[in-house]
Design a protein around this ligand. Structure first.
Ligand SMILES: Cc1ncc(C[n+]2csc(CCOP(=O)(O)OP(=O)(O)O)c2C)c(N)n1
Ligand SMILES: [Mg+2]
Length: 700
């Protein structure tokens, strides 16, 4: 070990610990400096915290960063990404393929640190799950990481309750650590998530709060004066403090306190100095979001007793030290776990098989057996009702399909009602019905955390409140997590509740989000097909938009089969002879209206076609030939019918098409009056179709 490089300065501890900590600091500073962009201050301050946690406590095997029972570390302060990248590099975390195979190469080689924030670097600006092995979740939007960590802790409790058995009590016993700053603490989502975590007494959850009193605009005194410790005590957390981020003994004591606390989550408040060691920037917001500058980097290195001219310098002994600590401990734990799982497989072959499939995002054999079929019925039922039947049928077949609602299960009909489903609570971590409380945003992040642990989560609420969880949903999509969002009350069909409860622009919002599959089924049989599609998604979240009000169950002996849903859009009813003059395109509850209009048009001798288009994304994924067969390019007389903003519909109807939609926020009234007011009636649709045909004829 080359401690010789350290000067004889009383401020500098001559220890391998200090050498490692300063390596983390200087790698982070150099990475930001090389990128000329990024956040150096927090990695510099939090280096001892990350070091203590990873080296002494974290049960994590760098050679197998996807081992299911590993402790999770979430960097909720995602802007401090260089801290995480430095740790991944120094501890030698290996890369993992998309098929969960460990590759020999390092996840973050030194060159990746040098190309921080550059195109295709394994060290992007903020940590990205799936891109950099060892990153447990994508962070950057403040508050998301901590809230996601609650989902991870929940999933671990559920896994433990179902799969731990006598003699295998520690099959799932991992802890979840999240490092957050003032920003995470201020965001509402962290309050929602912490409140639920306290309520559920998640003793496997530890948040570390970097209490540096600095955010971008300056001192937190500008906007944040609450007593965080009291707040978390009020949530039912164990709160402990470390008065100096550099005090390794106090840090270790705090982590031990967490490990010994068996009845609630722990918050460790760590007082720190952002930009620690940088003479002109320490304790200022200047250390937060911009490089220190070459001169300041030198001065900080001098303070650390570091060779001032060396960049990306890892002194002798540092890698080896990490290998002797987290490396050796993690590997031993991981190897023991896999040896135990072999034993477990012998004693509990079915449960072991479940775990294997779950961890590989596969479904059990027969997952789609006994799915209800719905006979034609003009009165029909609400799609939320048919979805309830489907969800219950598939959940019986998929034991790890678990979820709930943000206090709306009686309305969203997402409750699992079969025997043994149970309610997840502090007293029963085996329950499959979750009560997220009225906390939509945290629910979204919790679904992400659960999905990252590989259970299959669903959450539900009123569609209008998708706005409340959009930040988390966006991360589901970025991370390609197959979380399932069930949203009911999907249009002005909610009637009397009025504009505050009537989704208008939400469908357009959702459709604009890359990677998200949005499905708005027309009837009970499309709901069945929708669930089939959704459950087979591996790498995409889905939004299922469902009605509050009854919709007819379409007669499939007369019209096309609902299995067409899998292709996003299909010809439901065609012009006699299959040569349409006009196409009516509807989604969800408006498909039945299109069919009524179609029947009238046919009676009047107009050759109409109805396309049911439950999912734009699934349709866009089809080949050109199929898309042209549904929407023949030469049939330009087109009408879209959807009780929502018509934003985007011209993509399918063309600029000259007619889009029947809603341009205001709706209104409060019984539905039949609303349908009249907004033009969702047969006469209007028929007139629009005829108008389209006239227009096209006029051009010929
Ligand atoms: C939701 C959200 N809002 C705003 C930002 C922009 N932002 C990034 S860091 C930051 C300040 C964070 O302060 P703190 O958490 O105390 O971190 P520190 O500066 O102490 O590292 C802000 C506002 C963000 N990333 N996410
Ligand atoms: Mg801060």
């Amino acid at each position: 070990m080359s401690t010789a490089i350290l000067p004889n300065d009383s401020k500098v501890q001559h220890s391998i610990d200090q050498l490692c900590i300063n390596t983390i600091r200087t790698l982070s500073m150099d990475g930001v400096q090389a990128a000329n962009s990024g956040h150096p201050g927090t990695p510099m301050a939090m280096a001892p915290v990350a070091y203590s946690l990873w080296q002494e406590f974290l049960r994590f095997d760098p050679t197998d960063p996807v081992w299911p029972n590993r402790d999770r570390f979430v960097l909720s302060a995602g802007h401090a990404s260089m801290l995480l990248y430095s740790m991944l590099h120094l501890t030698g975390v290996r890369a993992v393929s998309k098929d969960y195979e460990t590759l020999g190469e390092p996840s973050v080689p030194l060159d990746a640190l040098k190309t921080f924030r550059q195109l295709d670097s394994r060290c992007p600006g903020h940590p990205e799950y799936r891109w950099t092995s060892g990153v447990e979740t994508t962070t950057g939007p403040l508050g998301q990481g901590v809230a996601t960590s609650v989902g991870m802790a929940i999933a671990r409790q559920w896994l433990g309750a179902r799969y731990n058995k006598p003699g295998f009590e520690d099959l799932f016993d991992f802890n979840v650590y999240a490092l957050c700053g003032d920003g995470c603490m201020m965001e509402g989502i962290s309050s929602e998530a912490a409140s639920l975590a306290g309520h559920l007494r998640l003793s496997n959850l530890c948040w570390i709060y970097d209490n540096n009193h600095i955010t971008i605009e300056g001192n937190t005194a500008l906007a944040f004066s609450e007593d965080v410790a009291t707040r978390f005590s009020g949530y039912g957390w164990n709160v402990t403090r470390v008065g100096d981020a550099n005090d390794l003994e106090m840090l270790a004591r705090a982590f031990r306190t967490f490990q010994e606390t068996k009845d609630r989550p722990t918050l460790i408040i760590v007082d720190s100095h952002i930009g620690y060691g940088a003479p002109h920037k320490q304790d200022t917001s200047g250390a937060h979001g911009e490089p220190l500058g070459e001169d300041e980097v030198r001065l900080a290195k001098r303070n650390y007793g570091w060779p001032e001219d060396k960049k990306f310098f890892v002194p002798d002994g540092v890698y080896e030290h990490f290998q002797r600590g987290i490396g050796a401990r993690g590997k031993e734990l991981r190897d023991r776990w896999f040896a135990r799982i072999d034993e477990y497989r012998k004693q509990y072959p079915e449960l072991a098989e479940e775990l294997y499939r779950m961890q590989h995002r596969q479904l059990p054999d027969g997952w789609d057996r006994d799915l209800p079929e719905f006979p034609a019925d003009p009165k029909g039922l609400a799609t939320r009702e048919s979805s309830a039947k489907l969800l219950n049928a598939v959940a019986k077949n998929i034991p790890w399909l678990i979820g709930g609602a943000a206090d709306l299960a009686p309305s969203t009909k997402t409750r699992l009602t079969f025997e043994g489903a149970g309610d997840f609570s502090a007293e029963n971590y085996a329950g499959r019905n979750f009560h997220f409380g009225i906390r939509e945003h945290a629910m979204g992040a919790i679904l992400n955390g659960m999905s990252l642990v590989k259970v299959r989560p669903f959450g539900s609420g009123f569609f209008i409140f998708v706005d409340y969880l959009r930040g988390a949903l966006r991360l589901s999509a970025i991370m390609e997590l197959p979380a399932i969002y069930v949203f009911t009350h999907d249009s002005i069909g909610v009637g009397e509740d009025g504009p505050t409860h009537q989704p208008i622009e939400q469908l357009a919002h959702m459709r604009a989000m890359p990677g998200l599959i949005v499905i708005r089924p027309a009837d009970a049989n499309e709901v069945r097909e929708a669930w089939k599609v959704i459950l087979q998604l591996h790498h995409a979240p889905a939004v299922l938009a469902l009605t509050r009000q009854a919709v007819p169950t379409i007669d499939r002996t007369k019209y096309a089969a609902a299995s067409g849903l899998a292709r996003g859009a299909y010809v439901l009813a065609d012009a006699p002879g299959g040569d349409p003059e006009a196409i009516l395109i509807g989604t969800g509850s408006e498909v039945a209206l299109c069919l009524e209009a179609y029947e009238q048009l046919i009676r009047e001798g107009v050759r109409a076609r109805v396309v049911s288009m439950p999912s734009w994304e699934l349709f866009d994924d089809q080949d050109q030939q199929y898309r042209d067969s549904v929407l023949p390019p030469d049939v330009k007389a087109r009408v879209s019918v959807e009780e929502a903003s018509d934003f985007g519909w011209t993509k399918y109807t063309g600029c000259e098409g007619h889009n029947i939609g809603i341009e205001t926020f709706g209104a409060s009234a019984p539905l039949k009056h609303l349908l009249k007011k907004f033009g969702f009636n047969v006469d209007h649709v028929v007139a629009a179709a005829k108008g389209q045909i006239e227009r096209q004829r006029g051009k010929q």
